[in-house]
Design a protein around this ligand. Structure first.
Ligand code: NAD
Ligand code: DAU
Length: 340
């Protein structure tokens, strides 16, 4: 199977590529990524020389870069590329509209031109807004995004659906809850808390800290995306979650205990504007129709994640300093030398 994976140098994309190479001997992967601040080739160091894998630096908003790398014969595009951090979208939404909306349309057009038989669009539960009055998100929940990030992801979903209805493109959409695990950039809650706790730095809690997220270990999300890619009917939308709701304060205290850091690091700060109160997924449809179910409990996942960050001091230091970007430049220079 030949896959064109976008955003594969980010958190979920890099875990996805590693998982596929380990589980499918016949897979061939092109990882197409612009290497924004969130793209880090150090995430893929261990598999960079695998003959089934190739990295291309390119931007999904640039049609000629996409078409230049997307060969006929690709079996599926898996679109992870996005601006993904809610707080950044509140500061400035323009990049989110460009990449998440315009970039998705460029990919859809390219998929049609190259006759790619399947387009997997990785969306998010945030497109469905906030569950303030109880209940669960299902595939039938209305789209009601509250942040510029969520709105851009919702807009992208509409374009994906329109490409199917108007042009007959074979598309599937996944909407997953909050991921955590190795290689997550330390601006998101869980890696931020782990990294700060290990250094004895304060842990910022937005508002009252009682907002609820539904946590899933990244490999479980990746296995779901893979199963949906291989088995789902055209036009399906699947909500993916691990039935693991936790209030932020509970998550933070669990991590502080796992790291052995004092709860006194918890520091209440101003709330996020438009902060969604609760997300929770009912994953029954993906479980029954696709045959996927999560394998990692929250307790196991947190233990694995804390252990990984403990063993990855250099990765954290590079991510925080921006030094990982030098790895790309050095890597390029090395490849050029090898070629000549
Ligand atoms: P991330 O920010 O860690 O990685 C995004 C990747 O996309 C980076 O490698 C970046 O360089 C690349 N990218 C950004 N703009 C690009 C562009 N214009 N062209 C090419 N590449 C570009 O994000 P993540 O947390 O790994 O999320 C991946 C996808 O999964 C996103 O679409 C996100 O919306 C979705 N998602 C994330 C979560 C979560 O909890 N992190 C949950 C559900 C869905
Ligand atoms: O639900 C899926 C979404 O999960 C993905 O689509 C997004 O890409 C991903 O970033 C994530 O969005 P959240 O906004 O839920 O994740 P974040 O890690 O930024 O925040 C999780 C919760 O923790 C949220 O309620 C805000 C809070 N928070 C976050 C940070 C960074 C804090 O209290 N303090 C912090 O310092």
């Amino acid at each position: 199977m030949k896959l064109f994976i976008t955003g594969g140098a980010g958190f979920i994309g890099s875990n996805h590529i590693r998982l596929l190479l380990a589980s499918d001997p016949d897979v061939e992967i092109v990882n197409f990524d612009a290497l924004t601040y969130a793209g880090n080739l150090e995430n893929l160091r261990d598999i960079a020389e695998d003959p089934r894998y190739r990295f291309v630096r390119g931007n999904i908003t640039n049609a000629s870069e996409v078409l230049g790398s997307l060969e006929e014969g690709v079996d599926a595009i898996v679109n992870f590329a996005a601006e993904s951090h809610v707080d950044r979208s509140i500061e400035s939404a323009a990049e989110f509209v460009l990449t998440n909306v315009a970039g998705t349309q460029v990919l859809l057009d390219a998929a049609r031109m190259r006759k790619v038989p399947r387009f997997v669009h990785v969306s998010t539960d945030e497109v469905m807004g906030s569950l303030d009055d109880g209940g669960f998100f299902t595939e039938d929940s209305p789209l009601a995004p509250n942040s510029p990030y969520a709105a851009s992801k919702a807009a992208a979903e509409h374009l994906v659906r329109a490409a199917m209805k108007t042009h007959g493109l074979d598309v599937v959409i996944t909407r997953c809850s909050n991921n955590y695990g190795p290689y997550q950039f330390p601006e998101k809650l869980i890696p931020l808390v782990i990294a700060n706790a290990m250094e004895g730095k304060i842990v910022p809690v937005y508002g009252d800290g009682l907002q609820v997220r539904d946590w899933i270990y990244v490999d479980d999300h990746c296995r779901a995306v893979d199963a949906v890619m291989r088995k789902a009917a055209t036009g399906s939308v699947y909500c993916i979650g691990a039935r693991s709701e936790r209030a932020n304060l509970e998550v933070i205290r669990t991590i502080l205990d796992a790291v052995g850091a004092p709860h006194s690091l918890i520091t209440y700060v101003s709330d996020r504007p438009g902060h969604d109160r609760r997300y929770a997924i009912d994953p029954v449809r993906v479980e029954s129709e696709v045959g996927w179910s999560p394998q990692v409990t929250f307790e196991e996942g947190i233990a694995k994640t804390v252990a990984w960050y403990r063993d990855s001091a250099e990765w954290i230091a590079h991510a925080r300093s921006g030094e990982y970007r030098e790895f790309y430049e050095k890597n390029l220079a090395w490849r050029e030398t090898m070629k000549s």
